[in-house]
Write a protein that binds this ligand. Structure first.
Ligand code: ADP
Length: 240
């Protein structure tokens, strides 16, 4: 188990040129390395989103996974990643928002995705893919965007990494000490609230107005006047 207060995200960084997926690599070594260890790769050959969906990760982006060893499994760890990305992008002059549950968008397009995986009681791997200077493949243009495209000049990746690690440390600490405070920030940064959304879970589709993000991380949906709690899990959300 982690030391609680003493840990530092990025205490150790394993830098790889190429890997199938930083999350896969991190899961393999998680038990043997200290909490806060980061796996970083220049490119992933089999980067993944949820449910095995492909995550495009050519050179130029920030593809990394953080090994965390929290006391309890908590699906809200995904928000540590989302808020850290949001704060990092804000420092670079962008106006990001969280698309519940696990993406960060800028100007109507996805710039980052977060993927948490783990083993109960042992570790959680917090995977972050952030489009920095990498090209966006043609089939994703219109849906995805990079910092380079928004800012107009390439960014030093090490500088973006340094800011992201700083904010990951800060939010991991808030998560452990004041989770309610973290969720208040999530609510504030979730741009879908008030909008009509479509929730897709396997073959189930729900359409309603996103009303709130609750303290347990779930989304409150208003479906024709009836409130329904959508648990964070393998659900996809589309703007309607
Ligand atoms: P969702 O639940 O929104 O479908 P996931 O979290 O499963 O998304 O992420 C995978 C999806 O993200 C892919 O199906 C693709 O549409 C999109 N995607 C893949 N690579 C990138 C990228 N580098 N930047 C932005 N979006 C991407």
């Amino acid at each position: 188990m982690g030391e609680g207060r003493g840990i530092s995200v990025g205490i150790r960084v394993i830098s790889l040129d190429e890997v199938d997926s930083t999350n896969e690599y991190a899961k393999k070594i998680a038990r043997k390395v200290p909490e806060g260890t980061v796996v970083l790769a220049k490119r992933q050959t089999a980067g993944r989103g949820r449910k095995g969906r492909r995550w495009e990760s050519p050179e130029g982006g920030l593809w990394m996974s953080v090994i965390l060893k929290p006391q309890r499994v908590d699906s809200r760890l995904v928000f540590v990643g989302a808020l850290a990305v949001v704060d990092t992008l804000s420092e670079f002059g962008l106006s990001p928002g969280i698309k519940w549950p696990n993406d960060v968008w800028v100007a109507g397009r996805k710039i980052a995705g977060i993927l948490t995986e783990g083993r109960a009681g042992e570790y959680t791997v917090l995977g972050i893919g952030l489009n920095v200077n990498n090209p966006i493949p043609p089939e994703l243009q219109g849906d995805a965007v990079s910092m380079l495209e928004l800012i107009g000049t390439p960014l030093p990746l090490d500088r973006v990494l340094e800011r992201l690690l700083f904010h990951l440390n800060a939010w991991y600490r808030v998560f452990k000490e004041r989770p309610g405070l973290m969720m208040a920030k999530v609510r504030e940064r979730t741009f879908i609230l008030g909008r009509t959304v479509k929730i897709i879970q396997d073959y189930n589709v729900l359409i309603g107005r996103a009303v709130d993000v609750l303290d347990d991380g779930s989304l409150l949906l208003d479906i024709d006047g009836q409130l329904r709690r959508i648990l964070y899990g393998d659900v996809s959300l589309r703007l309607f």
